[in-house]
Design a protein around this ligand. Structure first.
Ligand code: SF4
Ligand code: SF4
Length: 93
């Protein structure tokens, strides 16, 4: 199945304290706690890479400033074809 994610999340493992609040609050359940310990001895959150909607809930519930950054995937902008003599448009692609 195609990955239809509208967003993606970056977790800063040096700021994450592994509390799991983001994991529990993510509606599509696309965050998990990792299996490896960070330098602080916690299991930081990780993005599964699928289905993030960029809702931002994880960002707002995270108690650690800078631990989560949410990116919204931009739709490609439509290219408008050039207007040809006579009023028709050339194909954009
Ligand atoms: S932005 Fe929303 S969908 Fe994406 S990981 Fe955070 S809570 Fe989940
Ligand atoms: S809420 Fe923040 S500190 Fe807690 S696991 Fe998620 S990213 Fe880490």
């Amino acid at each position: 199945m195609a990955n239809l994610a509208r967003g993606k999340v970056f977790i800063n493992v040096d700021e994450c304290k592994g509390c799991g609040l983001c994991v529990e609050s993510c509606p599509p359940r696309c965050l998990v706690l990792g299996t490896e310990l960070s330098a602080y001895g916690v299991r930081p959150a990780a993005y599964t890479g699928k289905e993030c909607t960029a809702c931002g809930i994880c960002f707002y519930c995270c108690p650690e400033p800078g631990a989560i950054t949410v990116y919204r995937v931009r739709k490609p902008t439509k290219t408008v074809g050039e207007l040809q003599p006579g009023g028709s448009y050339a194909a954009a692609l």
